[in-house]
Design a protein around this ligand. Sequence first.
Ligand SMILES: Nc1ncnc2c1ncn2[C@@H]1O[C@H](COP(=O)(O)OP(=O)(O)OP(=O)(O)O)[C@@H](O)[C@H]1O
Ligand SMILES: [Mg+2]
Length: 328
Amino acid sequence: MANHFRSTERQGSGGDGMRLVPPSENIVSNVPDIEPVENADEPQTPAATENAPEAVHVVTASDPADSTSEQERPYTSVFASLAGNDAPVTPHTGTPTISFKSVTLIYPAQPNKPALEDVSLDIYPGEFVFVVGHSGSGKSSLLRLITCERRATSGQVLVAGQDLTKLKNKKVPYLRRQIGTVYQDFKLLPDKTVYENVAFALECIGKPRAVINVQVPEVLRLVGLAEKQDNYPDQLSGGEQQRVSVARAMVNRPPLLICDEPTGNLDPAISLGIMKLLDRINREGTTVVMATHDREMVDSMRKRVIALEAGHVVRDQEKGGYGYYGAL
Ligand SMILES: Nc1ncnc2c1ncn2[C@@H]1O[C@H](COP(=O)(O)OP(=O)(O)OP(=O)(O)O)[C@@H](O)[C@H]1O
Ligand SMILES: [Mg+2]
């Protein structure tokens, strides 16, 4: 997992020099290796943005969780087939993908109540990190600092070694091309088909039609929606809509995926399909940071957990659980 990002010249049209490079970028053209998610959000198998960047780091051919038989799985929940306790811990070496150094964020509307206060943390290439905490604890605010939707009031936010507190506004779009985003409410364009919604992310950054014609079908196959490419969002289930938004976030192959409660509007069985998709994307090298209230999912995944309470990090734990905030 060395050299997960480096500073290079931009790719595609327009850019400023900063670029995160995912470890699997060089498999971009390796389309046959991409394994689609099968019926990822169908309820009958309960066990079972404009931003965007270049390379599909998706599904591994061998998924250890999936290769375990039902009888061998020591879980009872519908999330049993996810990574579980055997998920490897990503080494904290090299330059962090994300680094917060004593970061405070104060919204002008609440000058006396920092949304985040003196937050320091490092997230390394290839990690999958859950951000948990009560409503209002600062999860979305933390994510907004990473995507540069908000600027820190004090402290430093570094993404790929670049200080976002000093990043010029005109360079923000180039940062965002390196970061896929998935939100609770999907944010799909209702008048565009599945294909057009995903293609739009590439059109917005000036990708040529030839590239779009290759990458869109590829990513739709990845999320298991190739058959529905001509459907409109209102013809899709919630889980399918969220898979479109994951496809849109991943179509330009960003090395960093930021998810703010991506399963917040979905029932547990459908959430499982989305989580399996995000887990597989992460296993191929994409760093994933996900805010969630989904206790069962966090407890079953055993990923790194960063817990916030009133704008402070109160827990940062490898293979953590959701936790009980009264006891924190
Ligand atoms: N635009 C804003 N203006 C003023 N205050 C804000 C703004 N956005 C968030 N806040 C405040 O910042 C704090 C953290 O909010 P944030 O949205 O980050 O919480 P959260 O953990 O994501 O909550 P939830 O789980 O409900 O999504 C809260 O006190 C909230 O009221
Ligand atoms: Mg939030």
